[in-house]
Design a protein around this ligand. Structure first.
Ligand code: SF4
Length: 333
């Protein structure tokens, strides 16, 4: 039989945990002695591996639209009927969003997001124009739908350093995509020379510990520049909103377990949305957001759920982290 202290020791010595061991760590209540032991171990390991330096990244969306991929956890999903009309930023608005992030030295990467059905040619056209207006050293990351290799190569040529892409909870069950499509895209991005950041998301009370453990291992096997864990935010009126959201305290434990189950060469350990407990438990990457946001029902998340860079940095510093100034260390791998 397992015990928590032995599994933590195994992780700290750099050995990989298997699915059963991860499930065991996840199975404790976060406010049990074992839960606190796990949170403490994940927190200390994360701080050690990243030299107590955390990062804030900024994301904005080029569009909002009903998306046919129909991820039940996303406000853009057609099925959720939150956004019934398509709206796109003008190129000037997009450049201004990017410049707003760039002017803050604590924003160490800028993510350009679109819904999965946004025109790829337009995405490249906009990204190329945005890149021209940014400093050459500003790190650009794409957060878009699944792509074949030739598109991934065009993204690299357009100046992207990396992508955010994940095999989400419930691929194929809670949307019209599949795990294999997501993994194939990740392979294509990597083949094109793009660095991949990922996350175990979006976790809700509807998920078993086995499913969470499976996704933690998939994320680790990608050899990403960061992994981490994020909870599902209830979209009003959506089918999944009948399930309560995971508490921030339980998420803190999952963030810590993800850190313990991820190889030590992966320094970044994200959580989202920003919250003190996740950061306390070892999350060293959180996001500021502007424009449309798949967890929000407002068109401009900066007026709603989205955090500013300064608010993210304050939260990290409040939890004892030093906040990186300048380009992301994770995406400089
Ligand atoms: S998560 Fe992405 S792919 Fe899924 S519905 Fe939302 S925008 Fe579309």
């Amino acid at each position: 039989m397992y015990n928590v202290t032995d599994l933590i020791k195994k992780s700290l010595e750099g050995e990989r945990l298997n699915a059963e061991e991860i499930v065991y760590l996840l199975s404790f209540s976060p406010d049990s002695p074992e839960g606190y032991e796990i949170i403490k171990a994940g927190a200390l390991l994360s701080r050690k591996l990243s030299n107590n330096v955390a990062e804030v990244h900024g994301q904005f969306a080029l569009n909002l639209a009903p998306c046919p991929a129909d991820c039940k956890f996303c406000s853009f999903a057609s099925i959720n009927k939150v956004f019934t009309e398509s709206k796109e930023l003008s190129i000037t608005e997009a450049i201004n969003y990017a410049l707003d992030f760039e002017k803050n030295s604590e924003c160490s990467s800028i993510y350009i997001m679109t819904t999965a059905n946004y025109d790829f040619g337009k995405f490249i056209e906009y990204s190329t124009e945005i890149k021209k207006h940014l400093k050459p050293e500003t790190i650009l990351i794409a957060n878009i739908g699944d792509q074949p290799l030739n598109n991934a190569i065009r993204m690299k040529e357009a100046g992207f350093t990396g992508v955010y892409h994940a095999v989400r909870m419930g691929e194929g069950r809670d949307n019209k995509l599949t795990k294999n499509i997501r993994l194939k895209s990740i392979e294509n991005f990597k083949s094109a020379g793009l660095l991949v950041g990922t996350c175990v998301e979006p976790i809700g009370l509807e998920h078993t510990m086995e499913e969470i453990a499976e996704k933690i291992l998939i994320a680790a096997d990608i050899n990403p520049v960061f992994s981490g864990a994020m909870r599902r935010i209830n979209i009003p009126g959506s089918e999944l909103s009948k399930f309560p959201m995971v508490s921030e305290l339980k998420m803190a434990q999952i963030v810590a377990v993800t850190r313990l189950a991820t190889p030590h060469n992966v320094i970044g350990n994200c959580t989202h949305e920003p919250n003190p407990l996740g950061i306390f438990a070892g999350a060293n990457l959180i996001w500021a957001e502007s424009g449309a946001n798949p967890r929000d029902i407002k068109e401009k998340t900066e007026e709603s759920r989205g955090f500013s860079v300064a608010r993210c940095a304050d939260m990290l510093e409040d939890m004892g982290w030093n906040v990186l100034k300048g380009g992301s260390a994770y995406f400089s791998k």
